[in-house]
Each structure stands twice: as C-alpha cells, then as structure tokens.
Design a protein around this ligand. Structure first.
Ligand SMILES: [Zn+2]
Length: 324
C-alpha cells in the first residue's frame, strides 16, 4: 500500500510537470507518459463515444450506459481535479466525444473554460451535478457563491446525479433510451443498498469518536451524511497550500480532541499530514480516496477499488476501523 502510494504520488507529480511543460508545444499527452486509456476515435466501435473527466463520473456512465457506450476518461486514479489542466491531447479526446460528462461545481476548475467552449459550440456537455437542488449543497466556505463540489461522498446525493446521465445518454442515443432508463433505475437501487451498508457500518463507531482529520476539505458531505465532524488541513480546493499557523492549530486540535488517527488522501501529497501526525503523536489511519477512485480491477477484500461502491466501502471501513 505504501509503495503503491509513493508510486502514485510520483506519477502524478511527473504527469503534472509534464503537462505543464508541454501543454502548448506538443501533442503528447498524459497517457503517453504512462497512464490512461489508449485513444479511441469516435465511431470505430459503433458505440456512443463518451468522454468523462474524473473516474467517479466514468463509473456513473458505465453503469447507465452499459454495453452501448465507450468511455474515454481524462483523469484517472490519484489525479487531483482541482489542479488539472487539459493537455492538447485531452482537448482532442473532448472534441472526439459525442457527449461529455463532468462533475461541475468548479471541481474541474481549470477545465471549465474548454468545457464551456465545447458546449457553446453545440457539443452535449453535462455537469452531473447541474440539477441538484441548491438547498442540498454545502457552501465552499472559501469562495463566495461557490458550492462544495465533493458531493459523491453523500451517497443519496450522488444517486440524484444518475438522472442527468440517463437523460443525456437517452437524448444522444434515443434508440437505447429504455436500456438507459432501466440501468439508471438499477444503479439507484445499488446506491440505496450502499447507503444502508454505510449507515450500518458507521453506527459501529460511537458518535464521540466520529472525528475525521484529512488533507483537504473533501469530506463535508460525508460528515453531514454520516454524522462526522470533519477537519481538513487545506480548504475545499487544493489550490492553496496550508500555512504554518494552520498546522499548529490542527496539531493542538488533534491533541485536545484526543483523536486516535488521521488520514492521508490518494489525490493529495501526504507529507503535510504525515508531519502533523508526528507532531500530534497520532497514527495515520490509512489512505482514503478523495477526488478520484482507484484503478479499475484493483481488488481489496473482494471489492473493486476502481468502482464507486469500492471507493465508498474502502473509505468507510478504513475510517471506522482506525477510529474504533
Ligand atoms: Zn477536492
């Protein structure tokens, strides 16, 4: 696990530097640097060509689209969507898509412009969060008039994004509308079962032990859904780094609250949290998925960590076991 994490972290750093360096100058892409799916050109397979940003959205599209869709993903495991800029090859993937889905709420903040241009040009582009009631969303706390984008950690809220995927796919490919609707219904039932599992698992932990300390504020919806108090070292986005004052405050807080463990995240450099664990004399309770799921087919105790269900179950089991 540890080695895997270092690998992932190194790879992300490498990809980020690579993309930053070659963004304007060349057509090579992140996956040529060692990750991602091969390029798929539209229409080769006869399937609806869908491009997605993060893998939580890919999971939704796969569940609803089934055999009728071919999903091309821009980001993958371990990639931080707050910081991610589209490479020239990503833009090609977006242009080749017949339909595009992303999270929205400024999660993919540096891709908003390119997604907006494609939408203005007539491409069907959907933020899966577009129809969520504003009253159900949490404020970002950081920027005015912005909402916290990490809605996938509240399973009943993420369930509501399925309708946008069903409607989008049905409009782009009306011949298979009935299948998309049936798959959407099945996906909702799966999430209802997952929510029941999550609630039961969390109830193993007494309320006073439900305190989650992590790298960035990705878990406020999780906190609301499952009764946790949540503290992140960095804010809602990872764009700003934690200052020294924040670190000292967090160390004091952890000591005062007698927190047993704190957690690192798959999409954020773990160094700052590790330093805090040392200063506060607590253990690292494990690595949580935050803004990306795992690799598809990466198994852990019978769970595929590259699926939404696997991500949620891994996180909740890790948290409950470490804080027990
Ligand atoms: Zn985040």
């Amino acid at each position: 696990m540890h080695l895997e994490f270092i690998n992932q972290w190194f790879r992300n750093g490498f990809v980020a530097a690579y993309v930053a360096t070659f963004f304007l100058a060349c057509s090579q892409s992140a996956e040529e640097a060692g990750k991602g799916d091969p390029m798929v050109s539209a229409g080769d397979s006869g399937k609806l060509q869908v491009t997605t940003t993060v893998n939580m959205v890919s999971d939704l599209v796969r569940q609803v689209g089934g055999d009728h869709v071919e999903v091309t993903e821009i980001m993958g495991p371990g990639v931080d969507p707050h910081l991610y800029k589209a490479s020239a090859n990503d833009v090609t993937k977006l242009q080749n898509a017949e339909i595009i889905f992303y999270v929205g709420l400024l999660l993919e903040g540096k891709m908003e412009e390119v997604l907006g241009k494609l939408k203005d040009g007539g491409k069907p582009v959907y933020a899966v969060t577009q129809d969520l009631q504003k009253t159900k969303l949490l404020d970002s706390g950081e920027y005015e008039d912005h909402f916290d984008p990490h809605v996938w950690f509240e399973v009943p809220l993420w369930k509501e994004t399925i309708d946008v995927v069903v409607a989008g796919l049905s409009k782009a490919d009306p011949d298979h509308k009935a299948d998309y609707e049936a798959n959407g219904k099945a996906a909702k039932e799966k999430m209802e079962d997952l929510q029941m599992w999550a609630t039961e698992k969390v109830n193993e932990l007494p309320v006073e032990k439900r305190l989650l300390v992590t790298s960035h504020d990705a878990y406020n919806y999780f906190g609301r859904a499952y009764g946790f108090k949540v503290v992140g070292l960095q804010g809602i986005s990872t764009v700003s780094e934690a200052g020294l004052a924040d670190r000292t405050k967090l160390v004091d807080f952890i000591k005062e609250q007698k927190v047993k463990s704190i957690f690192v995240e798959t999409t954020v450099n773990p160094d700052a949290i590790k330093a805090i664990a040392t200063d506060a004399e607590v253990t690292i309770g494990g690595e949580l998925f935050s803004d990306a799921m795992g690799e598809l087919g990466q198994m852990e105790g019978g769970l595929d960590l590259g699926t939404y269900e696997g991500m949620i179950k891994h996180n909740i089991s890790t948290i409950v076991n470490a804080l027990r």
